[in-house]
Design a protein around this ligand. Structure first.
Ligand code: PMP
Length: 398
């Protein structure tokens, strides 16, 4: 008898299978978490192409990186997130390691907290959150609890519920915060709300863990999107941070990310850094170099950097335009619903407020595919399909 005879069949992890099976030439895939251009095609940023050319032409060797990755990359990644005026950066007290994109950064963070966090090994994540958060932190050995975040009646932020839950957490709790472009809801706190959230986190002596998977991709401005992280630090909090370059550089499959810990002193940073190395070594020894070299070129070469910031803004702007177009088309059809949340939400995803049954009908009768929770990837909308999409949503919502 096979050793795996008792392995149960797991549920599908990907949502694109039904889309692939549909033969309708006008089918629309709003399930993918990757940017698409206005033709619906994957997009490689011209700055990435240029940086990659530079990397290839410099015929570097393929030696191993150190355990914490390509230093020119991690140094620039920290600067991008924390900003040049950040006290922890100036005082050299940020421990950072390259990671296998954002997921890998979260996993290193989870493992580090599991091993060293002096308080309860429970992490609080928003309801809802990116579906993988629960699995990543559970598999890191942390207990996962929830705090209120989304209000389905307003299709907006449950700010009061969120702050009340933060205040009710046991002192010194670990709290996961989406730095910007909350996935799946697209609902972010305003800057004033972030100020109050920071106050509640500080009051409770909680430990903030920022997941920043969309810096620049939300508003089009990398500094604006870093507001929450930087504000917490100004308030004297010392968070840890997961960064991904999948979305803002379109480096999805290259797996470029970083995990960093803001420390109290340079001496503490050294100790934390030594333990991150001990943690990473048995996981994968050291990270891949190619994508990190590309990102390093983009972050360190002033001309390429400028070009990239423009391209990030173009991507964010296209998404913002598609939100407006979808809302406009729904209103033109005479929809009586309030669709203002489509344009007030931010980032790659919109939470439509559609129910699971309505999402089913969208797929079965209109060949429009997205997740059952009503989340659509705005990146999958184009000037070519937005009218048909609006009609489908209009029919389904009455
Ligand atoms: N966090 C959030 C909130 C995300 O949406 C994603 C990507 N879907 C990630 C982390 C990590 O993605 P990656 O591992 O591709 O960087």
């Amino acid at each position: 008898v096979s050793a795996w005879a008792k392995v149960p069949q797991g549920p599908p992890v990907s949502i694109t299978e039904a889309y692939k099976a549909d033969s309708n030439p006008e089918k629309i895939n709003l399930g993918v978490g990757a940017y698409r251009d206005d033709k619906g095609k994957p997009f490689v940023l011209p700055s990435v192409r240029a940086a990659e050319k530079k990397v290839v032409e410099s015929t570097l060797d393929k030696e191993y990186a150190g355990i914490t990755g390509v230093p020119t990359f991690t140094k620039a990644a920290a600067l991008l997130a924390y900003g040049p005026d950040s006290a922890p950066i100036k005082e050299d007290r940020v421990a950072i390691t390259q990671s296998i994109s954002g997921t890998g950064a979260l996993r290193i963070g989870g493992a580090f907290l599991e091993r060293f966090y002096p308080g309860a090994k429970t992490i609080y994540i928003p309801t809802p959150s990116w579906a993988n958060h629960n699995a990543v932190f559970k598999d890191s050995g942390l207990k996962v609890e929830k705090y209120r975040y989304y209000n389905k009646d307003t299709i907006g932020l449950d700010f009061d519920g969120m702050v009340a839950d933060i205040k009710a957490m046991p002192k010194g709790s670990i709290i996961l915060l989406h730095a910007c472009a909350h996935n799946p809801t697209g609902v972010d706190p305003t800057e004033e709300q972030w100020v109050a959230i920071a106050e509640a986190v500080k009051e409770g002596d909680h430990y903030p863990f920022f997941d920043m998977a969309y810096q620049g991709f939300a508003s089009g401005d990398t500094n604006k999107d870093a507001f929450a992280l930087r504000h917490f630090i100004k308030e004297g909090l010392r968070p840890c941070l997961s960064q991904s370059f999948a979305k803002n550089m379109g480096l999805y499959g290259e797996r470029v990310g970083a995990f960093s810990v803001v420390c109290e002193s340079g001496e503490e940073k050294k100790r934390v850094d030594s333990q991150i190395k001990i943690l990473v070594r048995p996981l994968y020894s050291n990270p891949p170099i190619h994508g990190a070299r590309i990102a390093s070129e983009i972050l360190n070469d002033p001309a390429l950097n400028k070009q990239w910031l423009g391209e990030v803004k173009d991507m964010a702007d296209r998404i913002i335009t598609m939100r407006a177009l979808l809302k406009e088309n729904l209103e033109k059809l005479g929809s009586k619903h309030d669709w203002s949340h489509i344009t007030s939400q931010i980032g790659m995803f919109a939470y439509t407020g559609l129910k699971a049954e309505q999402m089913d009908v969208l797929a079965k009768e209109h060949s429009v595919y997205a997740t059952k929770d009503g989340r659509i990837s705005v990146a999958g909308i184009t000037t070519g399909n937005v009218k048909r999409l609006a009609e489908a949503i209009y029919k389904v919502t009455g």
